[in-house]
Write a protein that binds this ligand. Structure first.
Ligand code: SAM
Length: 287
C-alpha cells in the first residue's frame, strides 16, 4: 500500500470505495507524513504494549501504531470505512477493527477482553465534536490505561492543559488534572488534513495518575461544584455555585470562608486543592 498520508493515494482509495467525507463525524484525515510516526513514537507503545485507537479513518495512524505496538484495537463508528481499513491494514496481523461508537461501548470490558495481559495506551486523532466526552469517558471510568496521546483542536489543547488557577483554565482543565497530568506535545496546522478544517490542532499527552492529587469524600460533588463555578465563570464563586447548585448563599458562604477562600474569587482563580477544600467544608447533603 502506498503512503496513506499521500493525497493522491487517499483520493484514489476513497473513490474506489465510493466514500465521501462526513463533516458531522469529524472526518478530517491526516495528510502530513510526519505526524503519525511522531504520535506513535510518543504514545509509549512498544512490543509489550496494547494500543486503543479511536477513529482510525483510513488507517494512517493505525499502520504506524501496528508497527510499534504488540496489538492495536481501533474503534471506528463509520461502517463505510471498514472495507477501506480491511485493505489498508491487510499486511498487519496485530490489529482488530471494531465498528462502534466509542461513547457507547463498554470500554472496560473491551480492554479486559482484548488486552488481558498488557499495559494499554490510548492514541488517536479524535473526532473533535466529542473531544471532552471521550476524554472524560476514558478518565472517569478509571480504565487500566497508562497514557492518552491524542490530537485535539488547538484551543481545546490549551484549555485541557491549562494550569488550574489561571485564566485559561476551565472545568475540563480541573477534571483532567484530577485524573492525569496533561501536557501539549506539538502543534499541527490545519493544512495537515484533508479536508482542511477551519482550526489548527495540537497533540496532547495525559499521563494517567495512580491516585488523584486531592482527596475528597465525594468526587461527584467536587465536579458538580467545579462545573457550577465555571458555568458562570464571570460571576463570583459564591453567586455561580449557589445559583448552579440551588444552594442557600449563607451555607455556601460559611463553607467558602471555612476553606480560607474569598467569596469574591472567580472559578479561574481557584486551584484543584482549593475546590477540594471548599467541597470538604460543605455540610452533608445533595450536590
Ligand atoms: N485517524 C484518522 C486520521 O488521523 O486521519 C481519522 C481521524 S478523524 C479526525 C476522526 C475519526 O473518528 C473518523 O474516522 C470518524 O469516522 C471517527 N468517529 C467519529 N465519531 C466516532 C465515534 N463516536 N466513535 C468512533 N469513531 C468515531
Amino acid at each position: 500500500m502506498d503512503r496513506l498520508s499521500d493525497i493522491g493515494t487517499i483520493k484514489t482509495l476513497l473513490s474506489r470505495h465510493g466514500f465521501s467525507f462526513s463533516k458531522s463525524l469529524g472526518q478530517n484525515f491526516l495528510i502530513n507524513p510526519t505526524v503519525c510516526p511522531r504520535m506513535a513514537g510518543l504514545c509509549g507503545a512498544d512490543k509489550e504494549t496494547g494500543v486503543l485507537e479511536i477513529g482510525p479513518g483510513i488507517g494512517v495512524l493505525t499502520t504506524e501504531l501496528c508497527k510499534q505496538a504488540k496489538k492495536v484495537v481501533a474503534v471506528e463508528l463509520d461502517r463505510r470505512l471498514l472495507p477501506v481499513l480491511a485493505e489498508t491494514l491487510e499486511e498487519f496481523d496485530n490489529v482488530k477493527v471494531i465498528n462502534g461508537d466509542v461513547l457507547k461501548l463498554d470500554l472496560a470490558a473491551l480492554l479486559r477482553e482484548e488486552f488481558p495481559d498488557m499495559q494499554v495506551a490510548v492514541c488517536a486523532n479524535l473526532p473533535y465534536y466529542i473531544t471532552s466526552p471521550i476524554l472524560m469517558a476514558l478518565l472517569e471510568s478509571r480504565l487500566p490505561v497508562s497514557s492518552i496521546t491524542v490530537m485535539v483542536q488547538k484551543e481545546a489543547a490549551e484549555r485541557i492543559c491549562a494550569a488550574p488557577g489561571t485564566r485559561a483554565s476551565g472545568a475540563i482543565s480541573l477534571a483532567v488534572q484530577y485524573y492525569a497530568s496533561p501536557k501539549v506535545l506539538f502543534e499541527v496546522s490545519r493544512g495537515s488534513f484533508l479536508p482542511a478544517p477551519h482550526v489548527d490542532s495540537a497533540v496532547i499527552s495525559l499521563t494517567v495518575r495512580k491516585t488523584p492529587p486531592v482527596q475528597v469524600q465525594d468526587e461527584r460533588r467536587l465536579f458538580a461544584v467545579i462545573k457550577a463555578a465555571f458555568g458562570q465563570r464571570r460571576k463570583t464563586i459564591l453567586n455561580a455555585v449557589s445559583a448552579g447548585l440551588s444552594m442557600p448563599k449563607e451555607t455556601l458562604l460559611a463553607a467558602i470562608e471555612s476553606a480560607g477562600l474569598s467569596p469574591t474569587a472567580r472559578a479561574e482563580q481557584l486551584t484543584l486543592e482549593q475546590f477540594a477544600a471548599l467541597v470538604s467544608a460543605l455540610p452533608d447533603g445533595p450536590a
